[in-house]
Design a binder for this molecule. Structure first.
Ligand SMILES: [Zn+2]
Length: 157
């Protein structure tokens, strides 16, 4: 499949309707890179934490970096700025406690917080998403792999 055809599938997927507007407005997917060596976050995202993710799930979109399941075209993780990482976590597998206030695992507190890029608010992405730094405790690589597997079997928004 061409990168143009893949982008068309990504843009049409109901589960991607909140993440795409968040990212760079480019519509040109390119194979995942390390940002020409100047993008520390992309290097970590794709080649350290994402080392077990197949390369055909890793794409650059302008200055953003995406993980897209090639079978379903669902975006399951993204990186922007210097060190801001977003994920569709597999909530049931996370080593996190429910929110003490609302009792939910997928509370909005998982989508707001500081990163090296400043305060980030991902609540507009919806409850499927989290800031990776708010759900991961040195298990970022496992979480990306679980998210990849989940993205391959679910088409839900
Ligand atoms: Zn809560």
């Amino acid at each position: 499949m061409s990168l143009e055809a893949l982008y068309a599938r990504v843009a049409a997927h109901p589960g991607n309707q909140t993440i795409l507007p968040r990212l760079c407005r480019s519509t040109t997917l390119r194979p995942g890179s390390n940002g020409g060596g100047y993008d520390e976050g992309a290097g970590v995202f794709f080649w350290e934490w994402g080392a077990r993710i197949p390369d055909d799930a890793k794409y650059d979109l302008g200055y953003s970096h995406l993980m897209i399941h090639p079978a379903t075209a669902l975006v399951f993780a993204a990186q922007e700025g210097r060190f801001t990482f977003m994920i569709r976590p597999v909530w049931s597998r996370l080593d996190v406690l429910p929110c003490p206030r609302c009792g939910a695992l997928d509370c909005d507190r998982r989508r707001r917080g500081p990163t090296l890029d400043g305060d980030v608010d991902l609540t507009a992405l919806g409850r499927a998403w989290a800031l990776l730094s708010n759900v991961a405790f040195e298990d970022e690589d496992d979480q990306l792999l679980w998210a990849y597997e989940q993205a391959g079997v679910t088409a839900s928004p």
